[in-house]
Each structure stands twice: as structure tokens, then as C-alpha cells.
Design a protein around this ligand. Structure first.
Ligand code: SF4
Ligand code: SF4
Length: 502
């Protein structure tokens, strides 16, 4: 466990009437003494109304690390749609053209197996990381937490002051100064929301197209403007109003964590054996304690700093809760208090239930082995399919209009077919379609039959496939085609040609 240096140790804001520890979970009064009290979310009041959170910022080593990671992730998020890899942005989800670029790898909508394996891989990775590190995703990498705690809340604190002042101001009628500050705050929020919305949309349309949209008249690209306005409004709603409720009410991940975690998963935990019985100490009692005199209290001085700093308003001393997003703020807050009262840091720490309860710890657990095996299989199959993937994809169908075949005067049978050819390579390529079976079959294109394709381009070409009538038995004959660029990119197609019954 990291020990914060005294120089970096924060001085937590002293409790004031405004920043008193958030009330413990509200309990609806039981209607009779035999009923258990009903627990209510910390972000709600007993009557169900919203309880606005004013988390006090706690400086400390965990916050410093989260800031480094968080700002790095924000930079990566901004850069991924801009940095080119293999001729495309590092990530471009081109839904319109049904192709998805990931660091030089292009997946198409018809790559269903690859897309499915990709999705399973992501899912199993999340499950594995959660089993190992708890909700590390929530506290360290989730855009909701990263932008809320590292962008929107700092702006709020910069404009309106620390949590205690904001709470005091919000409880009073706003003066002109307060109104101006609110206006400035929401103006800055809107600016950030616009930047975020543009970055988000760039993942779907690329920065080049985005710049074109941004510099042309809204009437030329009204769809883009509607989408941008919608995304900006959603971001504003989320970060200016909905906030921690996204984690406590809306996010499904929080709800499944109880089945993903086990007693050896790392979680933010309070050490009750060390902290209890909790209680405030007088200066005299502290002196006696330092002098070795026996006291009955544990290390928790019941100052409430861990509760005041929690963005979801929970008391981690009640144990692991669904609302805990692993932000580590309570660790930094408590470590600072421990340093002040000359106790070792780590009363709240990043640990596991077994470690906290001093039970034997298991690093290797059967569920981890299963996750690792599943993930390895999924990644191996994914890699194998990617390596073996042809640079051309093709298909053939019979158009559903007109007669299925024609008998030609020269003793041949013509089937009208539609070929689909897609260039899956990263370079321009020219393809041709060869008829392999039956022998003597020719392909006569309807139209130019041009198969010079840009990277990722797909075309449909119609053609008459003319085969000798002698090849047909019982009204059909199997045919094989090869679509090739003359080099390594080739794919074979099988199809049944129809003809006269003999
Ligand atoms: S309990 Fe601690 S780690 Fe969990 S959300 Fe609250 S402050 Fe963050
Ligand atoms: S756990 Fe730490 S921060 Fe929380 S009330 Fe006890 S001493 Fe204060």
C-alpha cells in the first residue's frame, strides 16, 4: 500500500454544517416494529427525491495516479480518430459503409464470426479484469468517471469554489454573482460537451468528413447537425445533471459486479478489525494513545472524511456496495486523517475481502483459469481467422427477376447471375472472375464488368454465365468460379446453374 508523503498529504476540509458527512443510507421508517427498515440509495432522499452530491476533493497519491491515467486516456480518446494507421484513422466505425477500422485491421459487416469473436473477447476481458482488479474500469477508465471527476468537477470547483461553498450557495437564493457563476459554469460545460460530441462523432464519420461538415452550411448536412446537437445535449444532461446516477441507477455493469467479484478480487475496503470500535478522540486521549496508554477505540476517528469525499455518497465502512466506483477518494481522505492522528495509513485500502479478514488468499482461482482459457481460445481463433483471411471477398446470387435461364441457338444455356466482389486489402486492386466448372463456361458481363476496386470497396456486377447444354443433367449442373487478382487474393464460389431437363 502506497504511503502518501507528508508533503503531498492533503488537509481535508474541516467539517462544517454544510459538509457534514453525507447522511448514512436513508431508511424509510418501518410501519411497525417487526418490519426491517427499507434501505434507500444514498443519492436519494427518503421520499425518493434527488439528493445532490457535493463530494469534497481529497488530494493524495491515488488521485495523482488517477489524474495521470485519466488525462492520458482523454488524450488517447481525442487522438484515436485523428492518427492514421494503414490509411484510415486508428479507430473508425464507418457504420454508413458497414466497415470498421481498428488499428489497420478492417472488419466488414459480413465478418460476423470475427465481429462476434471480437465482442466475446471484450466481454471476457472485462470479466477477467473485474475478477482480478474489481471495478478498476469504473474508477480508472470509464469515460463517465474520467470526464466527471477530471474535467467537469474541476471546472465546477474553479468557477464556483469548493464543495462546501457550492452546497451553501445552492441552499440560498442566488444573487447576481451566483447567477453569473452558474452561467459561466454551464457555458464552459457546453464548450467541453461540444468538443466531446465532435470527438465522439469523429469515431463514426472521420475527422476529414467532420471538418467538411463543420465548415459548410448546416442545410447541406442537416443530419450531421441534428446528430451533433443530440449528442451534445445528452452529454450536457449526463455531466451537468444526471452525474453519479448514471453509475448508481443506469449502468448495468454495477449490477452484475456481485457475480463477477469473489473474495480475492481487489476492492476498496475498510479494515473493521483495525478501525472498530470507531469514535472521536479528545486531544488528551490521543496523547495517552501516543504514550502507549490503553484505549478502547479502534483507529477510525469517525471524522466522516471518507463519506464526504465519496462521489456516490456511500460510507465504505458499511462494506462493499454496488454504488462504489473504485475512485479511491476515500483512501486518500482516510490516509490524510491517519497521518494527522499519527496512525499508519491504509485503514481504507485497495485490498480483497480475504486479505482484510486475514483469511488465506488465493491468486490462482478456478474461475480465473476458465476466463484465461476462454480468452486464449477466442483470441487464437480470431488471430487464425485474420491471418487466413483472403484479401478478396465474393458471393454470387441469382437475381429474382426474369427467367432463370435461356437456351441459346448455339446449343448453350445462359444463366443470369449477380456477383458481389469486395476488396479487403489496404490497396487498390483489379479482380477478375474465372469460370472453373463446367468446362467451356464463359462469363459475359452486362455492363462494363469493371472490377478495379479501391481498398474496402465493394461492387455488384451482373453477368450471363454461358455453359454448354451438354453439361446439364436433370435440369441443373454444379458450377465453380474463382475471383482473383491474379496473385494471392482469390476465393472460390460454388453455385448451381439451371438448364433444360434431359
Ligand atoms: S466508497 Fe470510496 S472508492 Fe467507492 S466510490 Fe466512494 S470514495 Fe470512491
Ligand atoms: S474510515 Fe478514516 S476517513 Fe472514514 S471516518 Fe474513519 S478515520 Fe475518518
Amino acid at each position: 500500500m502506497q504511503t502518501p508523503s507528508p508533503s503531498s498529504a492533503p488537509t481535508p476540509e474541516p467539517p462544517t454544517p454544510e459538509t457534514q458527512p453525507a447522511e448514512p443510507r436513508a431508511h424509510a421508517a418501518p410501519s411497525n416494529v417487526l418490519e426491517a427498515p427499507e434501505e434507500v440509495l444514498t443519492t436519494l432522499q427518503k421520499d425518493g427525491r434527488r439528493r445532490w452530491m457535493y463530494p469534497v476533493l481529497s488530494l493524495g497519491s491515488w488521485l495523482t495516479r488517477r489524474r495521470v491515467v485519466g488525462y492520458l486516456l482523454i488524450a488517447i480518446f481525442m487522438l484515436l480518430p485523428i492518427i492514421p494507421v494503414g490509411g484510415y484513422p486508428a479507430i473508425l466505425l464507418d457504420v454508413l459503409h458497414r466497415r470498421f477500422h481498428f488499428f489497420g485491421l478492417t472488419l466488414f459487416a459480413n465478418d460476423t464470426v470475427l465481429l462476434m469473436l471480437f465482442g466475446i473477447g471484450v466481454l471476457v476481458s472485462v470479466v477477467l479484469v473485474t475478477a482480478l482488479l474489481g471495478r478498476a474500469w469504473c474508477g480508472w477508465a470509464c469515460p463517465q468517471t474520467v470526464y466527471m471527476e477530471l474535467v467537469f468537477r474541476p471546472i465546477e470547483a474553479l468557477v464556483e469554489g469548493p464543495a462546501s461553498r457550492r452546497q451553501r450557495q445552492d441552499g440560498q437564493e442566488l444573487e447576481i454573482d451566483g447567477l453569473m457563476k452558474k452561467g459561466l459554469k454551464y457555458g464552459l460545460f457546453l464548450l467541453v460537451a461540444l468538443v466531446l460530441a465532435h470527438t465522439f462523432v469523429a469515431y463514426f464519420v472521420s475527422w476529414g468528413d467532420l471538418l467538411t461538415f463543420m465548415t459548410s452550411s448546416p442545410s447541406e448536412h442537416w443530419g450531421y447537425f441534428v446528430m451533433m446537437a443530440g449528442v451534445t445535449a445528452l452529454i450536457m444532461f449526463d455531466f451537468a445533471y444526471f452525474r453519479e446516477q448514471m453509475c448508481t441507477l443506469a449502468c448495468p455493469y454495477a449490477r452484475i459486479q456481485s457475480v463477477l467479484l469473489d473474495r480475492d478480487s481487489l476492492i476498496v475496503s475498510y479494515d473493521p478489525a483495525r478501525g472498530e470500535p470507531r469514535g472521536r478522540r479528545s486531544a488528551k486521549a490521543r496523547k495517552e494513545e501516543e504514550g502507549g496508554a490503553k484505549i478502547a477505540l479502534g483507529d477510525c476517528v469517525d471524522c466522516g472524511a471518507c463519506v464526504r469525499t465519496c462521489p456516490t455518497g456511500i460510507d465504505i465502512r458499511d462494506g462493499l456496495q454496488m454504488e462504489c466506483i473504485n475512485c479511491m477518494q476515500c483512501i486518500d481522505a482516510c490516509d490524510a486523517i491517519m497521518l494527522k492522528v499519527n496512525k499508519p495509513v491504509g485503514l481504507i485500502r485497495y485490498s480483497s475481502l480475504n486479505a482484510i479478514e486475514q483469511q488465506p488468499r488465493r491468486v490462482f482461482r478456478p474461475r480465473l483459469a476458465i476466463y484465461v482459457v476462454v480468452l486464449s481460445v477466442v483470441l487464437s481463433v480470431f488471430g487464425w481467422l485474420i491471418i487466413g483471411r483472403s484479401a478478396v471477398d465474393a458471393g454470387v446470387v441469382r437475381p429474382n427477376n426474369g427467367a432463370p435461364f435461356m437456351e441459346l441457338p448455339e446449343g448453350q444455356v445462359a444463366n443470369r447471375l449477380r456477383f458481389r466482389v469486395q476488396n479487403r486489402s489496404g490497396e487498390e486492386a483489379t479482380f477478375r472472375i474465372e469460370a472453373l466448372e463446367p468446362a467451356g463456361t464463359e462469363i459475359k458481363y452486362i455492363g462494363s464488368g469493371d472490377l478495379s476496386l479501391e481498398p474496402s470497396e465493394m461492387v455488384h456486377v451482373d453477368a450471363w454465365v454461358v455453359a454448354p447444354a451438354a453439361a446439364f443433367h436433370s435440369g441443373s449442373t454444379p458450377a465453380r468460379f474463382r475471383v482473383t487478382d491474379g496473385g494471392e487474393a482469390n476465393v472460390e464460389l460454388s453455385f448451381k446453374l439451371l438448364g433444360p431437363s434431359r
